[in-house]
Design a protein around this ligand. Structure first.
Ligand SMILES: NC(=O)NCCC(=O)O
Length: 367
C-alpha cells in the first residue's frame, strides 16, 4: 500500500486540506508547520519496498546555544507476526527474526543508534488466550534467550543500542514482562520490568507474570539516558514521572494495544508525558491480526493498530506510522531540546514534590 493512501488521521488531514490551511493545521495540531522529514537513501527505500514495511523519517532540532548539539538517531519498529500461531514456536520466532533483521539492517544503514521494538516482539501476544503451558516455550531468559542472542549480534555489528521487550522466564521459573537493554557492544546493560499489569477486558495479564519489582531504572547508554515504560504503564502518570526524575532523556513505550481499548488515548498519553516530564517519548504499538485456536474450541482474534510516533519535550510530534503495516520510523533528535524546554517552562523547578510526598505518606498511613 502506498504510504499516503491508507486511511489514517494524518493522511485524511493531509489529503483534504490545501497547502496553506495544512500548514496552519500542522502548527496547531502537531506543534509545527512542517514535519521536518529526513531524506533517506535510495537503498533504504528499496529495502522498505522489497520487504514490505513503511519507512518514515523525521527530525527535531534544538536552538543553537553554547553547548554543541547532542544529535541521536532513534528507530521505532512495529511489526506483525508472520506464521499462524499453530505452527511450532521455534518456527514462529525464527520467521519474526528474519523479518526484523532486514528492518534493523535498513535502520543501521541510515545511521540509527538506538532501536526499540514492540512489546513482546518475538512472539504473538498469546496472553489473551488464558492458556499458559501451551505457549511456555515463548518465555525466555533475559540474558541467554534466543531473542537476546539474536539481537546481541546485530547490536555489536552495527554499534546499536537495542531495547528488546520480551516475555522473560527467570532462573527460578518466574515470568516477567521485561524490556532488555542491549548496549552497542552487544552486552546486556540491564532490564526494566513492567510495573503495571492490566486486568481489564481481554487484557488480563496477571495470571501470566509478576508485576515489576525493579522500580524505574534509567540506562546510561553511549548515546543517551534511556528508560522504558511498558504498554499499560502509560496510563500511570507517576510511572512516567519517576523515569524523568531518575534522569531519562528518552522514554520508550513498547505496547500491544487494540482499537477497542482506548485508541483515543493513544495520541494523548505519551505526548502529555513528554511535555510534563521534559523528555522525548517514543510510542510503539504492535500491528496486524493474530488468531489463536482455543483448546476449548473456537478462535480468538486480536488486531493491533500500529500508529507508532515520537513526541519531543515541547509537545511537537511526528505523524504516526501505518495502522496496518509493518514500519520503521527513524527520528533524529537533539537532546539539548530537553533542557531548553525545561528552562523555558520550569515544570521541574516548580514541581513541589515535597507537598505530594507528604500527602502521599499521609494517605498511605490512613490505609
Ligand atoms: N499489553 C498491555 O498492557 N495492554 C493493555 C492495553 C492498553 O493499555 O492499551
Amino acid at each position: 500500500m502506498e504510504r499516503h493512501s491508507e486511511l489514517t488521521f494524518d493522511n485524511i488531514i493531509k489529503n483534504k486540506l490545501n497547502p496553506k490551511v495544512l500548514k496552519e493545521f500542522n502548527k496547531i495540531y502537531y506543534g509545527r508547520e512542517d514535519h521536518c522529514e529526513l531524506k533517506v537513501k535510495e537503498s533504504s527505500l528499496k529495502s522498505s519496498e522489497e520487504n514490505n514495511f513503511e519507512l518514515a523519517a523525521y527530525s527535531f532540532s534544538a536552538a543553537q546555544e553554547s553547548r554543541p548539539p547532542r544529535l541521536v538517531k532513534i528507530g521505532l519498529i512495529q511489526h506483525s507476526v508472520i506464521l499462524p500461531t499453530c505452527e511450532s514456536i521455534r518456527e514462529q520466532r525464527e520467521a519474526i527474526f528474519t523479518k526484523i533483521e532486514k528492518i534493523i539492517n535498513t535502520a543501521a544503514s541510515e545511521g540509527v543508534q538506538i532501536i526499540c521494538l514492540e512489546e513482546t516482539w518475538s512472539m504473538p501476544f498469546f496472553l489473551c488466550t488464558r492458556e499458559k503451558e501451551k505457549w511456555a516455550e515463548f518465555a525466555e531468559s533475559a540474558t541467554k534467550g534466543p531473542s537476546v542472542i539474536f539481537l546481541k549480534d546485530l547490536a555489536r555489528k552495527y554499534g546499536l543500542v537495542i531495547v528488546s521487550p520480551i516475555l522473560e522466564k527467570d532462573d527460578v521459573g518466574t515470568w516477567w514482562n521485561t524490556a532488555v537493554v542491549i548496549d552497542e557492544e552487544g552486552n546486556v546493560l540491564g532490564k526494566h520490568l513492567k510495573n503495571h499489569l492490566p486486568s481489564v477486558g481481554s487484557f488480563s495479564e496477571t495470571p501470566y507474570y509478576a508485576p515489576g519489582n525493579m522500580g524505574h531504572p534509567v540506562f546510561d547508554t553511549k548515546y543517551a539516558k534511556i528508560a522504558i515504560n511498558i504498554c499499560y504503564g502509560r496510563h500511570q502518570a507517576l510511572n512516567w514521572l519517576m523515569l524523568g526524575l531518575n534522569g531519562a532523556e528518552i522514554v520508550f513505550n513498547p505496547s500491544a494495544t487494540v482499537a477497542e481499548f482506548g485508541e483515543s488515548f493513544w495520541n494523548i498519553e505519551a505526548r502529555n508525558a513528554a511535555i510534563a516530564n521534559g523528555y522525548f517519548t517514543c510510542s510503539i504499538n504492535r500491528v496486524g491480526t493474530e488468531t489463536f485456536n482455543s483448546t476449548s474450541g473456537g478462535t480468538i482474534e486480536r488486531t493491533y493498530y500500529g500508529s507508532s510516533y515520537v513526541t519531543a519535550p515541547n509537545g511537537c510530534r511526528t505523524p504516526a506510522l501505518s495502522r496496518l503495516r509493518d514500519g520503521l520510523m527513524i527520528v533524529e533528535i537533539d537532546l539539548n531540546l530537553n533542557r531548553q524546554v525545561r528552562d523555558q517552562w520550569g515544570f521541574n523547578m516548580t514541581s513541589r514534590l515535597d507537598i505530594y510526598a507528604t500527602e502521599l505518606k499521609e494517605l498511605q498511613s490512613q490505609n
